[in-house]
Structures are given as structure tokens and as C-alpha cells.
Design a protein around this ligand. Structure first.
Ligand SMILES: [Zn+2]
Length: 322
């Protein structure tokens, strides 16, 4: 709860934790200032004095320690969900003002997002679809529920296509393949990237096939970094498989691989950065916002199915869950 949003928390900062750091920083800064002009003070070379530690530095150290302690106590699914919540696309929805309908979230979607961000499971201990334990993350991997895979993939593809269309009018959504069988998601033939086909993959990190994050970190690798690296390994496996199975194209082939909670593979992140250099800043930000919301909406649909067994419920019924 008290961790900042960019570290995967709720951003409801703790006054109890921060106030002593703020007071210390204020005291140290004012002592230094007063010492500099008191006539009785021995002259001190300012360059020889230790710089007072700012409140920002104190808080950074505190939050990183709290994050480490929390991550150490979490299981694999919880570590992955918290890391996804800290990612750019996993948190972007939180600072979005719903100026128009596509940016709006329902009460249930907000409730789902808070469940994930606070690592709270569905209130039903048993999955109404498969009778297995409704543990954290089960919503996303339950084989008996209506799958959100296609809807989630198509939402992401539409957002990326409409964004690319603003800088490359040749951008095609699901163009015909040369083999007449599997199609890539987006094709460009213009001057922005030359001849290139993009294939979009969105995979959950919570399934059995995903690499585990509970392994021991390599020497010198901090735990949060270790978890990102382990989670990314699976996305990179997906990427390699997509390249091996690529349909015939007469241009370059680039898979864009995301996790269901908004993480992306290293090369996908680098690829999107190149888009950012060409796009208007507002268009680029809008793309990230819409992606963040699309991932959240897909999660909410899975969560909703697990909560209600198919029927829609309101926020009121979830009151008291936390
Ligand atoms: Zn189930």
C-alpha cells in the first residue's frame, strides 16, 4: 500500500515512515545554512562539508528496502504481479484522466486492478469454473473459463495499428499472408521502417510454462532486478518461438511480446522506443495509456468470470473484500 506506484504499490505513502526522514533532511539543510553565516562559527570550506541527505534520497532508500523485504516474502505469482504492476504499461492507467469514453474504467475494472495491485485474491476460495483453488493469478490461467486471449490480443493489435497509421499510411492490420495461411498482425511498407511485418504476442507470466522467479539471484543482482530478468526470460522464449515459426514475408519480421500485466520483452521495449522517436509525444503517450487500459480490461474480464461464474457484479458486492 505504502510503496510508490512505480515500485508496484498503491502510492498511498506512509506519513509515519516519511515524516522522520523529512524532519532529518530539513534539520541537516538548515544547520548547514545557519553554520555558513554565524559569525562565531569557524570558517569551513563548503566543498569539504558532507552534503546533507535530501528527503528524496532518504525515501528512495526506505522504499527500496521495503520493496526488497516484501518481494523476499512473496511467492512466484505474487512477485510477478507486483513486478508487472510496477512496469510502465502496468501502471499507466493510474494517472489517466478519463476525458473520453475509451479511457474510462468501470467500478469493477478499478476493483480488479486494486485486487491485483494489493495482491488480493478473489473472495471465492474455489474457482466456480474448475473447482480448483482460486489462488492469486488463477483467474488468468483457468482453462475452464472463457479465454480472453483473442480479445486481449486484438485490442492490443488495433491500438498499435492505429498508432502506426499516424506515421505510416501504408500500415495494414492483418494483411494477407504470402502462404494464404497464418497472417501477421501489422504490415508496414512505407518509409518509416521500410518493409516489415509485426506479430503481436500477449502471454501470461502466471502459467506453468513461464520461468520461475523464486530461483536464487546471481551474485550482485538485486532481487527486483532478478525477478524482472527471470520474467523476461519467458517473454524472450516466446519471441524466439515466434521468429522460428514466422510466416513467409518479403520484409523484416518483428515479434512484439507483452505479458498480460504489461511487461514487454527487451527488444519489444526497444522497438517501441523507436516509434516514440517518430511519433508525436501525445500520440505515443496515448498509445501507452490505451495499452495499459486494454491489459487491465482483459484482466478484469477473467477476474469477473471467476468471481461470479459468468454474471456481472457491482463494486458494492466486493465491499469488505480487502
Ligand atoms: Zn478455474
Amino acid at each position: 500500500m505504502a510503496l510508490p506506484v512505480r515500485l508496484g504499490g498503491m502510492g498511498i505513502l506512509s506519513h509515519q515512515d516519511i515524516a522522520p526522514l523529512a524532519l532529518t533532511a530539513a534539520n541537516e539543510t538548515s544547520d548547514r545554512l545557519i553554520n555558513s553565516f554565524l559569525p562565531l562559527s569557524p570558517p569551513v570550506d563548503a566543498s569539504q562539508q558532507a552534503q546533507p541527505r535530501s528527503q528524496r534520497e532518504g525515501c528512495k532508500e526506505l522504499w527500496e528496502r521495503q520493496r526488497n523485504d516484501l518481494l523476499s516474502s512473496l511467492d512466484d505469482a505474487e512477485r510477478k504481479i507486483m513486478t508487472e504492476s510496477a512496469s510502465t504499461l502496468g501502471r499507466k492507467w493510474l494517472n489517466t484522466i478519463p476525458y473520453y469514453s475509451t479511457l474510462r474504467l468501470t467500478d469493477f475494472e478499478v476493483s480488479t486492478a486494486i485486487h491485483y495491485r494489493t495482491l488480493s485474491t478473489s473472495p471465492l476460495t474455489t474457482c466456480p469454473w474448475c473447482s480448483k483453488s482460486n489462488s492469486l493469478g488463477h483467474d488468468e490461467v483457468c482453462l475452464a473459463r472463457p479465454r480472453q486471449t483473442v480479445a486481449r490480443h486484438d485490442s492490443v493489435a488495433r491500438i498499435l495499428h492505429s498508432t502506426l497509421k499516424t506515421i505510416d499510411p501504408t500500415a495494414e492490420h492483418e494483411p494477407h499472408s504470402f502462404e494464404g495461411r497464418r497472417r501477421n498482425d501489422i504490415r508496414l511498407r512505407g518509409s518509416f521502417k521500410g518493409s516489415v511485418d509485426f506479430d503481436i504476442k500477449v502471454y501470461t507470466l502466471l502459467g506453468e510454462k513461464a520461468t520461475k522467479t523464486t530461483t536464487k539471484p546471481a551474485d550482485g543482482v538485486p532481487l527486483p532486478r532478478h525477478i524482472i530478468l527471470q520474467a523476461s526470460k519467458y517473454l524472450e522464449q516466446v519471441e524466439r518461438r515466434a521468429i522460428l515459426a514466422k510466416p513467409l514475408t518479403n520484409g523484416r519480421f518483428i515479434p512484439l511480446v507483452f505479458s498480460a500485466g504489461g511487461m514487454m520483452s527487451k527488444t519489444t521495449g526497444e522497438e517501441l522506443e523507436t516509434w516514440g522517436e517518430k511519433l508525436e509525444a501525445t500520440t505515443f503517450q496515448r498509445m501507452k495509456t490505451l495499452l495499459s487500459i486494454a491489459f487491465l480490461k482483459a484482466r478484469a474480464r477473467s477476474f469477473e468470470a471467476g468471481r461470479s461464474g459468468g454474471g456481472r457484479i457491482g463494486l458494492e458486492e466486493l465491499t469488505g473484500v480487502f
